[in-house]
Design a protein around this ligand. Structure first.
Ligand code: GLC
Length: 735
């Protein structure tokens, strides 16, 4: 919408310059409508309620007291409610119908954290368009997605809905999703959330407080939001957490000064579910009326489910505790989105033909490709994978044929009867013996493990499907021990004891602590709940029709005690050297020395199990000839890096090449690496490709000690590598 509006503003400016005073036609319509609205009707636009049928709220709609509903996903009901609002109210303002379409509507895509693992924004944009096509066909015109929360703590269940730990990857994935939604044939309004810092929740426990400095907000947590706001995301949602003591929903600096002031955001801001009312619980508002005042005054435009706005804002205006100008600004923003979506021209949905839009072969193909590209090959000892076509494989584990769990968390409208699980897909390619062995992920019943042992004897390989049930991640589902539950690890060990090659396929909502499981298998393919088409995707990956190409969007810790752990950390004054003595190596009565004097854990060392950006493939990639066009650059220059990527493996494969940068000295300390570019590059077996990255020096800017957004001259290093821990640093300088 932003670019469209910029064009109109420029047109208006040009016309004004030549003596015409043409206002943006939409803004003119909004002015006219606003001028007719009563205060009550204005406040009605700021009110969002959750409903599951039209009748229950049709009268409120006739009174113009509902601006938006969520959770109404029946076209017939949507049309009924819309009719009440459009044809039976005084001003006929359509209602904005919303839903959490988080990773697909009916065709369920991989979890967003899995989408991030693809490092393929173009594909993610296609997936968002699939979601938009299906959701809008049903009458949903606003989704509470993409979630842009940076996550560095695997205990936090909601990381499943986001794009991981890196600001640049988060930004690219968010932009792709916003474009996919809002540029669909029938646009679906995006909602960038949760503003801000929700993923830094203390202890990895949902809804907890956060303590993020302004500099960290600006350098780490804001970038993805600003990029999507600039791209024209139509809405934004405030987060539940209080940061530095101030709940986001009442944070005037955050919403009014930064988002609407500095960033000139012209969409509208919605609270999270009752997050206005929860400011009373936080101890930030005295009562719901006070909470409504604080939220509206902070710049929030729409109230999700606290009923504070519709109940108290009229009084607050009468008591001069809120200005009507603030209300007008909120309503203008809401009406702008409704006009941009075309709701005034066509508020109704086709009740009859809408199912044609669902599960089309194109939609399923996008879902399958996303699942394929989301798969991360963490281990492949002796090239156990790909499995030879026609192999006799024993398939076991609770997620080999679990259509519901495979969809993952927050797939509200997903229909598990459409899920294609790995079992039938594998049966098309291999000679399969199937022993479920565990009924579900928390199952502790090992009584069938003897059959697994026996069946393994006559198999060429054992494929074990383990992971998490959908309910074990997502909102409010945090874990202090994010590892395989039930007897899953024992099942892997049982398969391992057979002596046959063991392939473990994980489907989870987060990185798990899987070190010991990794030791008990020859290969591990890691997926974040892959959605409707996960089965065919896994079958194609296991038989080598497609090579895994996914990369870890988050660091995989050795132990949960290492969290929060992330690649773009600061160096500290005593960085780990990798030579530290572990507890197991210390002598008894060890001398009273500060052993190591560096930053590490006696019982876990320092490094993660797998770094950010890591993933193997069926190829084997080598980087060489990394060089820069110029190694001393001015502020207006562009850093040009070239390199050779060679696939020395036996299979064609795709690599995600990554460009990292480090600012060696600054007015504040910098992370030891920061991802600045990535690219998926397919290379045939035995072939080399000449590649390059371009990075404008301006993109090295950061918020410095003076809280200025600048590039500081000095020495830098860069890496071109296949993950955040490898590669050879190459120096360059900015003058
Ligand atoms: C939830 C979530 C938010 C979601 C909203 C509506 O509590 O925090 O992400 O969009 O409520 O369901």
């Amino acid at each position: 919408m932003k670019s469209y509006r910029i064009a109109l503003v420029l047109l208006a400016a040009a016309l004004t310059a030549v003596g015409c005073t043409q206002k943006d036609p939409t803004e003119k319509k909004i002015d006219e409508l606003l001028s007719k609205m009563t205060l009550r009707e204005k406040i009605g636009q700021m009110n969002q309620i959750s409903v599951n049928d039209a009748e229950s709220c049709a009268e409120s709609a006739r009174k113009g007291e509902i601006g938006s509903v969520l959770n109404l996903v029946d076209p017939v009901q949507i049309n009924k409610l819309q009719k009440a609002a459009v044809e039976e109210s005084r001003l006929g303002i359509p209602i904005l119908v919303s839903r959490d379409v988080i990773h697909g509507f009916k065709t369920v895509l991989p979890l967003p954290i899995g989408q991030a693992a693809t490092f393929d924004p173009a594909l993610i944009e296609k997936g968002a368009r699939v979601a938009a096509d299906e959701a809008t066909a049903c009458g949903v015109r606003w989704t509470f997605s993409p979630m842009l929360d940076i996550a560095r703590d695997i205990r936090w269940g909601r990381l499943a809905e986001g794009y991981g730990e890196d600001p640049y990857l988060d930004t690219q994935m968010g932009l792709a999703t916003v474009r996919g939604y809002q540029e669909a044939t029938t646009p679906l309004a995006a909602c960038i959330k949760h503003f801000v810092g929700y993923g830094a929740t203390e202890g990895g426990r949902d809804y907890n407080s956060t303590t993020i400095t302004e500099r960290q907000l600006r350098n780490i947590y804001f970038p993805a939001f600003k990029a999507s706001a600039d791209e024209g995301a139509m809405t934004l949602m405030t987060s539940f957490n209080a940061n530095d003591g101030i709940p986001s929903t009442g944070n005037k600096w955050l919403v009014d000064d930064v988002l609407k002031g500095e960033w000139n955001f012209d969409g509208f801001v919605v609270t999270d579910w009752n997050s206005a009312g929860e400011m009373v619980t936080h101890g930030y508002a005295t009562d719901l009326k006070d909470a409504a005042r604080l939220a509206a005054d902070a710049g929030v435009d729409m109230d999700m489910m606290s009923y504070g706005f519709i109940t108290y804002i009229e009084n607050l205006v009468a008591e001069k505790k809120l200005s009507e100008a603030r209300i007008d600004d909120a309503v203008r923003r809401i009406l702008r989105v409704k006009f941009s979506l075309g709701l005034f021209d066509n508020p109704y949905v086709d009740e009859h033909g809408w199912e044609k839009a669902l599960y089309t072969s194109e939609n399923l193909a996008v879902a399958q490709q996303t699942a394929e590209e989301s798969a991360i090959l963490l281990k492949n000892e002796d090239d156990v994978l790909p499995l030879k076509a026609g192999s006799r494989i024993l398939v076991t584990g609770p997620l080999a044929d679990s259509p519901y769990e495979q969809l993952g968390t927050w797939a509200f409208d997903g229909d598990s009867t459409h899920t294609v699980t790995p079992l039938p897909a594998l049966r098309e390619k291999f000679s399969v013996t199937y022993i479920p062995s565990l009924e579900y992920c928390r199952d502790e019943n090992t009584s069938s493990f003897g059959r697994v042992r026996a069946a393994a004897a006559s198999a060429d390989a054992v494929v074990v499907f383990v992971g998490e049930e959908a309910i074990m991640s997502g909102e409010a589902h945090c874990l202090v021990d994010p590892s395989l539950k039930g007897a899953q690890s024992e099942l892997i060990a049982t398969a391992h004891a057979s002596g046959k090659p063991v392939v473990v396929v994980v489907m989870a909502g987060r990185p798990l602590i899987i070190g010991k499981d990794l030791e008990n298998c020859d290969a591990m393919l890691y997926m974040f709940h892959p959605g409707t088409m996960g089965g065919p995707a896994i079958a194609r990956l296991l038989d080598g029709e497609v090579s895994p190409s996914g990369k870890t969007p988050m660091t995989f810790p050795e132990a949960v005690g290492q969290t929060p752990i992330y690649y773009n950390h600061e160096n500290t004054g005593r960085p780990n050297t990798g030579t530290e003595t572990l507890l197991s190596d210390l002598p008894r009565a060890a001398g009273q020395t500060s052993n190591g004097c560096t930053s590490y854990y006696l019982d876990a060392g320092y490094g993660p199990l797998f770094p950010f950006g890591y993933g193997l493939s069926y190829g084997k990639f080598e980087y060489s000839n990394v060089s820069v066009e110029k190694n001393s650059l001015g502020m207006a220059d562009t850093l040009k890096v070239s390199y050779t990527l060679t696939n020395v493996g036996k299979h064609d494969a795709t690599e995600v090449a990554q460009l990292y940068v480090r600012d060696m000295v600054g007015s504040v300390v910098h992370p030891v690496r920061e991802l600045k570019r990535f690219e998926r590059i397919s290379v045939g077996a035995g072939e080399s490709v000449e590649c390059s990255f371009s990075l404008p020096v301006s993109e090295l800017a950061f918020w410095n000690a003076d809280m200025d957004y600048v590039v500081e001259p000095g020495e830098f290093q860069l890496w071109v590598s296949g993950d955040s821990a490898s590669g050879t640093p190459l120096p360059f300088s900015i003058r």
